[in-house]
Design a protein around this ligand. Structure first.
Ligand SMILES: Cc1cc2nc3c(=O)[nH]c(=O)nc-3n(C[C@H](O)[C@H](O)[C@H](O)COP(=O)(O)OP(=O)(O)OC[C@H]3O[C@@H](n4cnc5c(N)ncnc54)[C@H](O)[C@@H]3O)c2cc1C
Length: 338
Protein backbone atom coordinates (compact mmCIF):
# COMPACT_ATOMS: atom_id res chain seq x y z
CA UNK A 1 0.00 0.00 0.00
CA UNK A 2 1.32 3.44 -0.91
CA UNK A 3 1.12 6.23 1.68
CA UNK A 4 0.46 9.73 0.36
CA UNK A 5 1.81 12.93 1.93
CA UNK A 6 3.17 16.37 1.04
CA UNK A 7 6.79 15.86 2.12
CA UNK A 8 9.01 12.93 3.03
CA UNK A 9 11.83 13.87 5.38
CA UNK A 10 14.81 11.52 5.15
CA UNK A 11 16.41 11.53 8.62
CA UNK A 12 14.93 12.16 12.08
CA UNK A 13 17.93 14.00 13.51
CA UNK A 14 17.45 17.42 15.16
CA UNK A 15 17.15 19.17 11.79
CA UNK A 16 14.62 16.71 10.35
CA UNK A 17 12.55 17.13 13.53
CA UNK A 18 12.59 20.93 13.39
CA UNK A 19 11.63 20.75 9.70
CA UNK A 20 8.39 18.97 10.73
CA UNK A 21 7.53 22.04 12.83
CA UNK A 22 8.43 24.65 10.21
CA UNK A 23 6.58 22.75 7.45
CA UNK A 24 3.65 22.18 9.81
CA UNK A 25 3.21 25.93 10.39
CA UNK A 26 2.58 26.16 6.64
CA UNK A 27 0.05 23.26 6.65
CA UNK A 28 2.53 20.91 4.99
CA UNK A 29 2.15 17.28 6.14
CA UNK A 30 5.20 15.06 6.65
CA UNK A 31 6.31 11.46 6.85
CA UNK A 32 9.76 10.95 8.40
CA UNK A 33 12.02 7.94 7.75
CA UNK A 34 15.10 6.98 9.79
CA UNK A 35 17.22 3.87 9.82
CA UNK A 36 17.62 4.16 13.60
CA UNK A 37 15.02 2.78 16.01
CA UNK A 38 14.40 6.19 17.58
CA UNK A 39 14.42 9.85 16.49
CA UNK A 40 17.37 12.09 17.41
CA UNK A 41 20.24 11.40 14.99
CA UNK A 42 23.69 12.23 16.36
CA UNK A 43 22.29 13.99 19.47
CA UNK A 44 20.48 10.88 20.71
CA UNK A 45 22.92 8.30 19.39
CA UNK A 46 26.33 9.85 20.06
CA UNK A 47 25.95 12.31 22.95
CA UNK A 48 22.54 12.05 24.70
CA UNK A 49 23.91 13.10 28.11
CA UNK A 50 26.38 15.76 26.98
CA UNK A 51 25.30 19.41 27.39
CA UNK A 52 25.16 21.59 24.25
CA UNK A 53 25.89 25.26 24.97
CA UNK A 54 25.12 26.97 21.65
CA UNK A 55 21.41 26.40 21.08
CA UNK A 56 19.91 29.92 21.02
CA UNK A 57 18.25 30.82 24.34
CA UNK A 58 19.25 27.54 26.03
CA UNK A 59 22.34 28.17 28.12
CA UNK A 60 22.74 24.41 28.43
CA UNK A 61 20.68 21.49 27.14
CA UNK A 62 21.70 17.83 26.72
CA UNK A 63 21.47 16.06 23.37
CA UNK A 64 18.50 13.97 24.52
CA UNK A 65 16.67 16.94 26.13
CA UNK A 66 16.95 18.83 22.84
CA UNK A 67 15.46 15.88 20.95
CA UNK A 68 12.64 15.48 23.51
CA UNK A 69 11.80 19.18 23.16
CA UNK A 70 11.89 19.04 19.34
CA UNK A 71 9.55 16.02 19.40
CA UNK A 72 7.17 17.95 21.68
CA UNK A 73 7.32 20.97 19.37
CA UNK A 74 6.56 18.78 16.30
CA UNK A 75 3.69 16.87 17.97
CA UNK A 76 0.78 19.18 16.98
CA UNK A 77 1.53 18.40 13.33
CA UNK A 78 1.14 14.60 13.73
CA UNK A 79 4.17 13.51 11.73
CA UNK A 80 4.20 9.85 10.68
CA UNK A 81 7.48 8.13 11.59
CA UNK A 82 8.87 5.09 9.76
CA UNK A 83 11.79 3.96 11.92
CA UNK A 84 14.28 1.10 11.56
CA UNK A 85 14.32 1.55 7.80
CA UNK A 86 16.49 3.21 5.22
CA UNK A 87 15.25 5.22 2.26
CA UNK A 88 16.84 3.32 -0.60
CA UNK A 89 15.30 4.51 -3.83
CA UNK A 90 13.46 7.52 -5.13
CA UNK A 91 11.82 7.85 -8.52
CA UNK A 92 10.05 10.76 -10.20
CA UNK A 93 6.51 10.31 -11.51
CA UNK A 94 5.11 11.99 -14.63
CA UNK A 95 3.15 14.45 -12.45
CA UNK A 96 6.49 15.49 -10.86
CA UNK A 97 5.69 13.83 -7.53
CA UNK A 98 8.10 11.32 -5.98
CA UNK A 99 7.90 7.68 -5.01
CA UNK A 100 10.10 6.94 -2.01
CA UNK A 101 10.97 3.29 -1.24
CA UNK A 102 12.56 1.95 1.93
CA UNK A 103 14.54 -1.27 2.38
CA UNK A 104 11.54 -2.71 4.28
CA UNK A 105 9.26 -2.24 1.27
CA UNK A 106 7.45 0.87 2.53
CA UNK A 107 6.30 3.07 -0.37
CA UNK A 108 5.42 6.74 0.10
CA UNK A 109 4.30 9.21 -2.57
CA UNK A 110 5.12 12.86 -1.91
CA UNK A 111 5.33 16.22 -3.62
CA UNK A 112 8.75 17.09 -2.18
CA UNK A 113 11.65 15.30 -0.50
CA UNK A 114 13.66 16.92 2.29
CA UNK A 115 16.98 15.17 2.91
CA UNK A 116 18.10 15.74 6.51
CA UNK A 117 20.41 12.76 6.53
CA UNK A 118 23.34 14.22 8.52
CA UNK A 119 26.54 12.38 7.71
CA UNK A 120 24.42 9.57 6.31
CA UNK A 121 22.81 6.48 7.79
CA UNK A 122 23.99 5.03 11.05
CA UNK A 123 24.96 1.46 10.17
CA UNK A 124 26.60 -1.25 12.28
CA UNK A 125 30.39 -1.61 12.08
CA UNK A 126 30.83 -5.17 10.82
CA UNK A 127 33.55 -7.65 11.78
CA UNK A 128 35.95 -8.21 8.88
CA UNK A 129 34.92 -11.83 8.20
CA UNK A 130 34.61 -13.07 4.65
CA UNK A 131 31.13 -14.34 3.82
CA UNK A 132 29.47 -12.87 6.94
CA UNK A 133 26.82 -11.28 4.69
CA UNK A 134 25.47 -14.78 3.91
CA UNK A 135 24.32 -15.10 7.53
CA UNK A 136 23.24 -11.51 8.27
CA UNK A 137 19.62 -11.10 9.33
CA UNK A 138 19.38 -14.87 10.03
CA UNK A 139 22.04 -16.10 12.47
CA UNK A 140 24.20 -12.94 12.54
CA UNK A 141 22.31 -9.99 14.04
CA UNK A 142 23.53 -6.44 14.69
CA UNK A 143 20.46 -5.38 16.68
CA UNK A 144 17.85 -7.24 18.67
CA UNK A 145 14.14 -6.74 18.24
CA UNK A 146 12.85 -9.83 20.08
CA UNK A 147 15.15 -11.42 22.62
CA UNK A 148 12.72 -14.39 22.85
CA UNK A 149 14.38 -15.94 19.76
CA UNK A 150 17.45 -16.74 21.90
CA UNK A 151 15.55 -18.96 24.37
CA UNK A 152 17.57 -22.17 24.99
CA UNK A 153 19.99 -21.24 22.17
CA UNK A 154 23.77 -20.91 22.11
CA UNK A 155 24.76 -17.28 21.48
CA UNK A 156 28.17 -15.70 20.83
CA UNK A 157 28.35 -11.97 21.58
CA UNK A 158 31.36 -9.94 20.40
CA UNK A 159 32.38 -6.49 21.67
CA UNK A 160 33.29 -4.54 24.80
CA UNK A 161 30.85 -1.60 24.76
CA UNK A 162 27.49 -1.07 26.45
CA UNK A 163 25.44 -3.04 23.88
CA UNK A 164 27.71 -6.12 24.10
CA UNK A 165 27.73 -6.15 27.91
CA UNK A 166 24.06 -5.26 28.42
CA UNK A 167 22.88 -7.98 26.03
CA UNK A 168 25.29 -10.53 27.53
CA UNK A 169 23.79 -9.89 30.95
CA UNK A 170 20.21 -9.79 29.69
CA UNK A 171 20.25 -12.85 27.44
CA UNK A 172 22.14 -14.96 30.01
CA UNK A 173 18.81 -15.61 31.74
CA UNK A 174 17.43 -17.53 28.74
CA UNK A 175 20.41 -18.60 26.61
CA UNK A 176 23.88 -20.11 26.82
CA UNK A 177 26.06 -17.03 26.22
CA UNK A 178 29.74 -16.65 25.38
CA UNK A 179 31.18 -13.13 25.30
CA UNK A 180 34.32 -12.46 23.31
CA UNK A 181 36.32 -9.23 23.40
CA UNK A 182 39.81 -8.43 22.14
CA UNK A 183 41.11 -7.35 25.58
CA UNK A 184 40.14 -7.54 29.21
CA UNK A 185 39.38 -3.81 29.53
CA UNK A 186 35.84 -2.76 28.56
CA UNK A 187 34.30 0.50 27.36
CA UNK A 188 30.92 -0.42 28.87
CA UNK A 189 29.58 1.08 32.12
CA UNK A 190 31.42 -0.36 35.16
CA UNK A 191 28.13 -1.68 36.62
CA UNK A 192 27.49 -3.81 33.52
CA UNK A 193 31.10 -5.06 33.48
CA UNK A 194 30.89 -6.08 37.17
CA UNK A 195 27.61 -7.87 36.53
CA UNK A 196 29.11 -9.78 33.60
CA UNK A 197 32.19 -10.77 35.66
CA UNK A 198 29.90 -11.96 38.44
CA UNK A 199 27.95 -14.12 35.93
CA UNK A 200 31.23 -15.52 34.62
CA UNK A 201 32.39 -16.37 38.16
CA UNK A 202 29.13 -18.25 38.71
CA UNK A 203 29.70 -20.01 35.34
CA UNK A 204 26.40 -18.65 34.00
CA UNK A 205 28.22 -17.15 31.00
CA UNK A 206 31.68 -17.72 29.44
CA UNK A 207 34.09 -14.95 28.60
CA UNK A 208 37.07 -15.26 26.23
CA UNK A 209 39.64 -12.78 25.04
CA UNK A 210 39.92 -12.99 21.29
CA UNK A 211 39.17 -11.56 17.86
CA UNK A 212 36.68 -12.92 15.35
CA UNK A 213 38.40 -14.45 12.32
CA UNK A 214 36.23 -16.72 10.21
CA UNK A 215 32.60 -17.73 9.85
CA UNK A 216 30.87 -20.62 8.10
CA UNK A 217 27.97 -23.05 8.47
CA UNK A 218 28.22 -25.32 11.52
CA UNK A 219 27.50 -29.03 11.80
CA UNK A 220 25.51 -29.22 15.06
CA UNK A 221 24.53 -25.51 15.12
CA UNK A 222 23.86 -23.00 12.37
CA UNK A 223 27.25 -21.26 12.63
CA UNK A 224 30.89 -22.24 13.06
CA UNK A 225 32.94 -19.24 14.24
CA UNK A 226 36.70 -19.10 14.52
CA UNK A 227 38.43 -16.59 16.80
CA UNK A 228 42.04 -15.86 17.66
CA UNK A 229 43.49 -15.49 21.14
CA UNK A 230 47.20 -14.56 21.02
CA UNK A 231 48.63 -17.10 18.56
CA UNK A 232 45.90 -19.69 19.14
CA UNK A 233 42.86 -20.28 16.98
CA UNK A 234 39.65 -21.45 18.65
CA UNK A 235 36.42 -22.69 17.15
CA UNK A 236 32.89 -22.51 18.52
CA UNK A 237 29.54 -23.62 17.10
CA UNK A 238 26.60 -21.38 17.94
CA UNK A 239 23.03 -20.63 16.89
CA UNK A 240 23.60 -16.88 16.79
CA UNK A 241 26.49 -14.43 16.52
CA UNK A 242 25.80 -10.89 17.77
CA UNK A 243 28.66 -8.53 16.88
CA UNK A 244 28.34 -5.19 18.75
CA UNK A 245 31.20 -3.09 17.38
CA UNK A 246 29.34 0.23 17.42
CA UNK A 247 27.86 2.29 14.59
CA UNK A 248 29.47 4.13 11.71
CA UNK A 249 27.88 6.70 9.40
CA UNK A 250 27.90 6.32 5.64
CA UNK A 251 26.14 8.32 2.95
CA UNK A 252 24.61 5.10 1.62
CA UNK A 253 21.91 5.14 -1.06
CA UNK A 254 21.63 8.97 -1.12
CA UNK A 255 24.81 8.97 -3.23
CA UNK A 256 22.88 7.20 -6.03
CA UNK A 257 19.98 9.64 -6.31
CA UNK A 258 21.59 11.69 -9.09
CA UNK A 259 22.06 14.87 -7.02
CA UNK A 260 25.07 17.16 -7.37
CA UNK A 261 27.51 16.21 -4.63
CA UNK A 262 30.65 17.94 -3.42
CA UNK A 263 32.94 15.87 -1.18
CA UNK A 264 30.08 13.51 -0.33
CA UNK A 265 27.78 16.40 0.69
CA UNK A 266 24.77 17.66 -1.26
CA UNK A 267 25.20 21.03 -2.95
CA UNK A 268 22.33 23.45 -2.31
CA UNK A 269 21.52 27.11 -2.91
CA UNK A 270 21.29 29.39 0.13
CA UNK A 271 17.87 30.85 -0.60
CA UNK A 272 15.79 27.67 -0.64
CA UNK A 273 18.30 24.95 0.27
CA UNK A 274 17.16 23.13 -2.85
CA UNK A 275 19.41 20.54 -4.52
CA UNK A 276 20.24 20.23 -8.21
CA UNK A 277 16.87 18.42 -8.56
CA UNK A 278 13.85 20.74 -8.17
CA UNK A 279 11.52 19.69 -5.29
CA UNK A 280 14.36 17.89 -3.48
CA UNK A 281 15.84 19.89 -0.60
CA UNK A 282 18.82 19.15 1.66
CA UNK A 283 19.21 20.65 5.15
CA UNK A 284 21.49 20.15 8.14
CA UNK A 285 24.87 18.43 8.16
CA UNK A 286 24.32 16.74 4.81
CA UNK A 287 24.36 19.90 2.68
CA UNK A 288 27.14 22.18 1.55
CA UNK A 289 27.32 25.79 0.36
CA UNK A 290 29.86 28.59 0.72
CA UNK A 291 30.32 29.36 4.42
CA UNK A 292 28.40 26.30 5.68
CA UNK A 293 28.75 25.65 9.43
CA UNK A 294 27.82 22.18 10.64
CA UNK A 295 25.88 23.47 13.62
CA UNK A 296 22.39 22.68 14.80
CA UNK A 297 21.40 26.37 14.70
CA UNK A 298 22.40 26.58 11.00
CA UNK A 299 20.15 23.59 10.25
CA UNK A 300 17.23 25.27 12.06
CA UNK A 301 17.59 28.36 9.81
CA UNK A 302 17.80 26.14 6.73
CA UNK A 303 14.57 24.35 7.80
CA UNK A 304 12.65 27.63 7.92
CA UNK A 305 13.92 28.82 4.53
CA UNK A 306 13.33 25.42 2.88
CA UNK A 307 9.74 25.34 4.17
CA UNK A 308 8.88 28.61 2.43
CA UNK A 309 10.08 27.16 -0.90
CA UNK A 310 8.31 23.84 -0.28
CA UNK A 311 5.02 25.70 0.25
CA UNK A 312 5.13 26.95 -3.35
CA UNK A 313 5.45 23.38 -4.67
CA UNK A 314 2.82 21.92 -2.32
CA UNK A 315 0.23 24.69 -2.79
CA UNK A 316 1.03 26.40 -6.14
CA UNK A 317 -2.29 28.29 -6.14
CA UNK A 318 -2.13 29.59 -2.58
CA UNK A 319 -0.52 32.74 -1.25
CA UNK A 320 1.82 32.28 1.70
CA UNK A 321 1.17 35.08 4.19
CA UNK A 322 4.08 35.64 6.56
CA UNK A 323 2.96 35.40 10.21
CA UNK A 324 4.51 35.45 13.67
CA UNK A 325 3.74 32.59 16.10
CA UNK A 326 3.29 35.16 18.88
CA UNK A 327 0.40 36.99 17.29
CA UNK A 328 -1.24 34.76 14.67
CA UNK A 329 -4.56 33.24 15.86
CA UNK A 330 -4.37 30.81 12.94
CA UNK A 331 -0.96 29.53 14.03
CA UNK A 332 -2.18 29.30 17.64
CA UNK A 333 -5.00 27.06 16.46
CA UNK A 334 -2.56 24.78 14.62
CA UNK A 335 -0.33 24.61 17.68
CA UNK A 336 -3.25 23.88 19.99
CA UNK A 337 -2.66 27.10 21.98
CA UNK A 338 -5.74 27.99 24.05
C1 LIG B 1 30.09 14.60 19.98
C2 LIG B 1 29.37 15.68 19.20
C3 LIG B 1 29.11 16.88 19.78
C4 LIG B 1 28.42 17.90 19.09
N1 LIG B 1 28.21 19.10 19.70
C5 LIG B 1 27.52 20.08 19.04
C6 LIG B 1 27.26 21.34 19.64
O1 LIG B 1 27.69 21.60 20.78
N2 LIG B 1 26.54 22.27 18.93
C7 LIG B 1 26.07 22.03 17.66
O2 LIG B 1 25.42 22.89 17.07
N3 LIG B 1 26.34 20.83 17.04
C8 LIG B 1 27.05 19.86 17.69
N4 LIG B 1 27.32 18.67 17.07
C9 LIG B 1 26.89 18.50 15.67
C10 LIG B 1 25.39 18.19 15.61
O3 LIG B 1 25.11 17.02 16.37
C11 LIG B 1 24.99 18.01 14.15
O4 LIG B 1 25.21 19.25 13.50
C12 LIG B 1 23.51 17.63 14.05
O5 LIG B 1 23.26 16.38 14.66
C13 LIG B 1 23.10 17.55 12.58
O6 LIG B 1 21.76 17.19 12.56
P1 LIG B 1 21.10 16.49 11.27
O7 LIG B 1 19.66 16.31 11.62
O8 LIG B 1 21.49 17.26 10.07
O9 LIG B 1 21.84 15.08 11.14
P2 LIG B 1 22.01 13.78 12.15
O10 LIG B 1 21.90 14.24 13.54
O11 LIG B 1 23.25 13.17 11.67
O12 LIG B 1 20.74 12.92 11.77
C14 LIG B 1 20.62 12.36 10.50
C15 LIG B 1 19.72 11.15 10.55
O13 LIG B 1 19.44 10.71 9.23
C16 LIG B 1 19.40 9.30 9.19
N5 LIG B 1 19.59 8.86 7.79
C17 LIG B 1 20.57 9.21 6.93
N6 LIG B 1 20.37 8.66 5.73
C18 LIG B 1 19.23 7.95 5.81
C19 LIG B 1 18.50 7.14 4.89
N7 LIG B 1 18.88 6.96 3.61
N8 LIG B 1 17.37 6.53 5.33
C20 LIG B 1 16.94 6.68 6.63
N9 LIG B 1 17.61 7.42 7.53
C21 LIG B 1 18.73 8.06 7.14
C22 LIG B 1 20.50 8.88 10.15
O14 LIG B 1 20.29 7.56 10.64
C23 LIG B 1 20.36 9.95 11.26
O15 LIG B 1 19.53 9.52 12.32
C24 LIG B 1 28.01 17.67 17.75
C25 LIG B 1 28.27 16.42 17.15
C26 LIG B 1 28.95 15.43 17.86
C27 LIG B 1 29.21 14.10 17.20
Amino acid sequence: MTDHTDVVIVGAGPIGLFAIFELGLLNIKCHVVDILDKPGGQCAELYPDKPIYDIPSRSSITGQELIDDLMKQAKPFNPVFHLNQQVEKIEKLENSEWIIRTNLGKIIQAKCIVIAGGAGSFVPRKPPMEGINNFEGKSVLYSIKDKGIFKNKKVLIAGGGDSALDWTNEISTIAEVTLIHRRKEFKAAPDSVNKMLELEKKKIISFSIGQLKEIGPGTSKSLKVQYQNNENLHQIEVDYLLPFYGLIMELGPIANWGLNLYQNLISVDTEKFETSEPTIFAIGDINTYPGKLKLILSGFHESAMMSQACFKYCFPNKKNVFRYTTTSKDLHKKLGVK
